[in-house]
Write a protein that binds this ligand. Structure first.
Ligand SMILES: O=C(O)[C@H](O)[C@@H](O)[C@@H](O)C(=O)NO
Ligand SMILES: [Mg+2]
Length: 382
């Protein structure tokens, strides 16, 4: 069916997540932030939706690029529409980002699923209906009883195991925490968690992202003694050769890249260079479900796992449609926040987890997000 409109609604939502100067989330008092829902509509009224930050779908981007590519096209032509939109990036003066490609691609997948009354992962070709989640803990902080000490991490890890998690990933302390980064403290937090949860819970770290090679090596060597499953983003991912060096010098698997630009093309270079042992992709990081699937399949050709960055429905559907991925990243989690409370604009969780630590993919059509359009309208900004 032919696409006739692309629209954006911006609304207020209440959250307790506050971003620090490095963009990492920490708990705080409830406050209102703006969220955007992008809607792609066809000639017969079918709609697909996806959520993002308002600046990602600001009028300039929608009018100058997105509408030019999509309006008048068959909504089912996702590969061609993604390629055409990606083509516009080079000449967009960096205004058309991978995040915009991602939200458009997700809305097209949601539209296709809603039209066919089929969940996206089944449309792709499902591998499973449920997947183990690891609890992805927020970066450390200086909050009394929060994540201020190694013991805080240990106590929280025990809580997560009681909730059912079979894997836990620590984001350790980073600036603007006054004394961070500190490899010794990272290892103390990891040791406290290992002590608290015992040998059978899988553990990973996502460390300060700008350590030197020698600091990253020291951290990795310490994690090997604690039986951690992977080390993630301990150095600037723009230096692929540093990761090549680290992977050559460590036994613990190196996971990446998460935040490096270049979509699936650059992730192929990381595999070719031996810069990681486990590849990483993420719908927002590579520009959509379409390129995330390409990354998964490419990794599979090299006998590699590819772990998916981030929670939300879009990433869960990619995980559910792939064999070479062990986990769903459920987070970010903190002792002061109740993740299962979800969002005020969704009537139910997109990633419900049972007591055994399995996240079940909702069998609702499309991305399966249980959108409360009344809440969106009642809190509409523009
Ligand atoms: O802002 C970030 O770097 C991410 O949200 C990060 O905290 C977390 O999502 C991550 O890196 N997961 O692997
Ligand atoms: Mg990460």
């Amino acid at each position: 069916m032919i696409i006739t409109d692309v629209s954006v609604r911006v609304f207020r939502t209440t959250t307790r997540r506050h971003s620090d100067s490095a963009g990492h989330a920490h708990p705080g008092p409830p406050h209102q932030v703006e969220q955007a829902i992008l809607t792609i509509r066809t000639e017969d009224g079918a709609e697909g939706h996806s959520f993002t930050a308002p600046e990602i779908v600001r009028p300039h981007v929608i009018e100058k690029f997105v509408k030019k590519v999509l309006i008048g096209q068959d909504h089912r032509d996702r590969e061609r529409l993604w390629q055409d939109l990606a083509h516009w990036q080079r000449g967009s003066a960096a205004q058309l980002t991978d995040r915009t490609l991602a939200v458009v691609d997700c809305a097209l997948w949601d539209l296709a699923g809603r039209v066919l009354s089929t969940p996206v992962y089944k449309l792709i070709g499902a591998y499973r209906d449920k997947v183990l989640a690891y609890g992805s803990i927020m970066c450390g902080d200086e909050l009394e009883g929060g994540l201020a000490t190694p013991e805080d991490y240990g106590r929280f890890a025990e809580t997560l195991v009681r909730r059912g998690y079979k894997g836990i990933k620590l984001h350790t302390w980073m600036p603007p925490v006054s004394w961070a980064p500190d490899v010794g403290m990272d290892l103390k937090a990891c040791a406290a968690v290992r002590e608290a949860v015992g040998p059978d819970i899988r553990l990973m770290i996502d460390a300060f992202h700008w350590y030197s090679r020698s600091d990253a090596l020291a951290l990795g060597r310490g994690l090997e003694k604690l039986g951690f499953d992977w080390i993630e983003e301990p150095m600037d991912e723009q230096s692929m050769s540093s990761y090549q060096w680290l992977a050559d010098n460590l036994d613990i698997p190196v996971v990446g890249p998460e935040s490096a630009a270049g979509k699936h093309w650059h992730r192929a270079e990381w595999v070719k260079a031996g810069a990681c042992d486990i590849l990483r992709t993420g719908v927002n990081d590579v520009g959509g479900i379409t390129p995330a699937l390409k990354t998964m399949r490419m990794a599979e050709c090299f006998g590699m796992d590819c772990e998916v960055h981030g929670n939300t429905a879009m990433n869960l559907h990619v995980v559910a449609a792939a064999k070479n991925c062990r986990w769903y990243e459920r987070g970010l989690l903190h002792p002061f926040l109740e993740y299962d409370d979800g969002h005020d604009y969704l009537k139910s969780l997109s990633d419900p987890m049972d007591a055994d630590g399995f996240v079940h993919v909702p069998d609702r059509p499309g991305l399966g997000e249980d959108i409360d359009f009344d809440v969106i309208e009642n809190n509409r900004v523009r």
